[in-house]
Design a protein around this ligand. Structure first.
Ligand code: TYD
Length: 427
């Protein structure tokens, strides 16, 4: 049984870390007004309390100036600032488990209602909540106790989780228990002096309080494939950043390489002067590097609950050494079997792009390595290999149209990745 069957969360500093966005927007307003930027310790204090109060308290503004600064702040916050936000790790899993076990979940925040809903929707957290209460824009001083009462259900064991004195005080006013989220922005001494029922130093500690038998984090192994120059590496970096913002724990790695021994093998494989390497040696070296990388890096990270994003895996061997170099498919699979031992990717993002286009982009960016030097017809065969794999394993392969602006490719790939992670209950 859950210790509380109704949990009301504060947003900033409890569910999400909005520091980068708030800081940047607070500075933007000050710069526009030609005022000095206060030191970091002062800017830190902008996180949590109503904005206008902070401008008056820390920048010596009058009420009128503070209202103007707030308008300027919104000028940046509305288009960009609200997305410069990060869900704390494990929070998504916590909400998922609480909801699954029948808890009532709500948000009571000092952030305007519509912005809070937008943030929760963007981070795909909104479906977990039965209610969201935030002040209307014209009433930014709404009292936390009143906001909590607005979403408080009848007849449940309710608790408020928040990181500031206002959250704890609000819970006391509403007559419910409180948990201090000490990992947020509140000054911990002040927060504890307010007498919360319980406290959590980290999001993990919060999970243990709200759900004592919370399952261990579940990881996933995702590979990224495509012909040379399809933009995979740029996408791997963007997807890693987005996964982190959404509260997952990503781990980016690549093949061949990813650990010291495999990186040494990589330098042999890709050395440009080494044109005489026979296809069999090449295939065996890729498999050798893979065995080490999987054991040293990929499997331990998945076991820890991380989401591994691996730039290329065994499908590259099937496409490059098999389809393109003409080695037997069965032999490629056979030599890779001991390297993989059941550790196949849970999903493979396949960045689809015509080889002529991909190669021209790649070659203009840097000098081609030994494999890239093989040219367009080689890459066309490689693509045919990926396309065949894609048809053979439609469950694992997620094709993404890579021939669009970078941001759009990222969006398409990320949406597909989130869907797959949700199906796997990886949170
Ligand atoms: P890299 O510079 O990492 O290229 P990319 O960013 O396109 O992945 O070089 C890796 C090269 O090795 C690339 O041309 C594909 C090739 N390769 C194979 O031929 N077989 C394999 O099994 C793997 C993993 C890579």
């Amino acid at each position: 049984m859950l210790p509380y069957d109704a949990v009301i969360f504060d947003l900033d500093g409890t569910l999400t870390d909005s520091e980068p966005g708030i800081r940047a927007c607070a500075c933007y307003a000050l710069e526009k007004m030609g005022l000095p930027i206060p030191p970091d310790e002062t800017l830190q204090k902008f996180l949590g309390p109503p904005l206008a109060d902070s401008y008056m308290r820390y920048c010596g503004m009058t009420e009128e100036q503070a209202a103007f600064a707030t308008e300027l702040y919104r000028e940046r916050y509305i288009p960009i600032g609200w997305k410069e936000n990060r869900v704390y790790p494990r929070i998504r899993a916590l909400l998922h488990v609480l909801k699954k076990r029948g808890a009532y979940l709500a948000v009571a925040t000092g952030k305007p209602q519509h912005t809070s809903v937008d943030i929760l929707r963007y981070f795909q957290l909104l479906p977990y909540f039965d209610a969201v209460a935030g002040p209307a824009p014209e009433d930014m001083h709404a009292d936390k106790g009143a906001l909590i009462r607005r979403v408080l259900p009848q007849g449940k064991r309710a608790v408020m989780v928040g990181d500031t004195v206002g959250d704890i005080k609000g819970a006391q006013d509403a007559g419910i228990d409180s948990i201090a989220a000490l990992y947020g922005y509140g000054e911990n001494g002040e927060v504890m002096a307010q007498g919360p029922t319980l406290s959590a130093d980290t999001p993990d500690a919060l999970c243990a309080l709200l759900c004592p038998d919370m399952p261990a984090p579940k990881g996933a192994f995702i590979s990224l494939e495509g012909v040379d120059g399809c933009g995979k590496s740029t996408q791997a970096a963007a997807l890693t950043g987005l996964l982190r913002d959404f509260g997952y724990t990503p781990r980016r790695t690549r093949e061949p390489g990813g650990c010291p021994i495999a990186e040494q093998i990589r330098s042999i494989l890709l050395a440009r002067e080494d044109g005489g390497m026979c296809p069999e040696t090449e295939a065996l070296l890729f498999a050798a590097a893979r065995a080490q990388h999987l054991k040293d890096v990929i499997l331990p990270a998945v076991k820890r609950g991380e989401i591994v994003l691996c730039d290329r895996f065994v499908d590259s061997s099937v496409a490059y050494q098999g389809q393109a170099r003409g080695l037997e498919d069965d032999w490629i699979k056979a030599i890779n079997r001991p390297a993989i031992q059941g550790g196949m990717p849970d999903a493979t993002l396949y960045f689809r792009m015509a080889p002529e286009k991909a190669l021209s982009r790649r070659v203009s960016a840097t000098a081609p390595d030994r494999i890239e030097q093989a040219g367009t017809s080689f890459q066309a065969k490689t693509m045919a290999g990926f396309e065949r794999l894609c048809r053979e394993e439609p469950r694992r392969f997620i094709p993404v149209n890579a021939d669009q602006p970078i941001g759009q490719v990222t969006q398409e790939a990320f949406a597909a990745l989130l869907r797959r992670l949700a199906e796997m209950e990886v949170l």
